[in-house]
Design a binder for this molecule. Structure first.
Ligand SMILES: [Mg+2]
Length: 283
């Protein structure tokens, strides 16, 4: 762990804003409107991490900027199809594309969907948690298709994964319990079942994740300096994908719903996509 970097919840709990405030969800509707107003705590973390970020920005031809999309660039919303990347973030992404050897978005969405949502050319879009880079995943499409037929109001079929959302469910516990049964059936048929932020995701038992995607993208270009930012369980894989890099900056976009270990695994913690934007601006 690099020193002098604002990281982990313990450090932030000692900052000048109360802990309850730090738990503010990225779901707040006003989140996007705050893009240009830096939370003092976020600004503090950015200043603490400037030395680390400077190692990337000092020679962008040797560095990669890799980002999750939902909850990281786009504030979390109740329905994934309503997600939007703020124009201010697009402006920054275009600037980063012009400076860095690689800018990538590694999303749980398909690469095509991620491109439509982010809408910036010159970015490498890797979809379905890196599965789109794993040819052996295709053999599992029929098994996954069977689960895509399950009667569920918020089902998302991405071909290589099937996701069951329950953010809008009336009874959280009932929904979770019903999906536990689906998860058990999926596991019995050889698929993997993973839990995220109010979502159960079924996927092939293939060794491909955001971490393998990160390593593949860096290896293809011979890069050993990179930043990765994310907000969810699968982003922990991407954080690990930076292990062994000459310069690695793992940014947690934290919220009340953050999976355990996200803050602790990060080199830098921000409280929202607006906080991440503050980081991107110094790159
Ligand atoms: Mg995310």
């Amino acid at each position: 762990m690099p020193s002098g970097v604002g990281r982990g919840k313990d450090q932030h709990r000692h900052d000048h804003r109360p802990a309850a405030d730090a738990e503010q969800s990225t779901e707040e509707p006003g989140d996007q409107a705050d893009d240009d107003q830096l939370h003092p705590r976020i600004l503090g973390a950015v200043e603490d991490g400037l030395g680390l970020l400077a190692a990337l920005s000092g020679d962008p031809t040797r560095a990669a900027i890799m980002l999750d999309v939902d909850g990281t660039l786009a504030p979390i919303v109740t329905r994934p199809e309503l997600a939007e990347v703020p124009e201010a973030a697009r402006v920054e992404l275009r600037r980063l594309v012009s400076r860095y050897t690689l800018v990538a978005c590694i999303s749980g969405r398909t690469g095509d969907e991620a491109y439509r949502l982010v809408g910036v050319d010159g970015i490498a879009y890797v979809g379905v948690h890196g599965l789109e880079l794993a040819p052996e995943a295709d053999a599992w499409r029929p098994s996954l298709h069977a689960f895509a037929e399950v009667d569920w109001p918020w089902l998302e079929d991405k071909g290589l994964t099937v996701a069951f959302h329950w953010r809008e469910a009336e009874d959280d516990a009932v929904a979770r319990s019903e999906l536990e049964a689906v998860a058990a059936q999926a596991r019995a048929s050889g698929l993997e079942a993973r839990w995220g932020r109010k979502v159960l995701e079924l996927r092939p038992p293939v060794d491909a994740d955001k971490g393998t995607a990160v390593r593949a993208l860096l290896a293809e270009r011979g890069l050993r300096r990179a930043l990765y930012a994310g907000d969810d369980t699968t982003d922990l894989d991407a954080f690990r994908g930076l292990d062994g890099c000459e310069v690695a900056v793992r940014v947690a976009v934290a919220s009340a719903e953050s999976p355990s270990g996200l803050r602790e695994a990060a080199d830098l913690v921000v409280a929202s996509p607006a906080g991440l934007l503050a980081v991107l601006r110094v790159l």
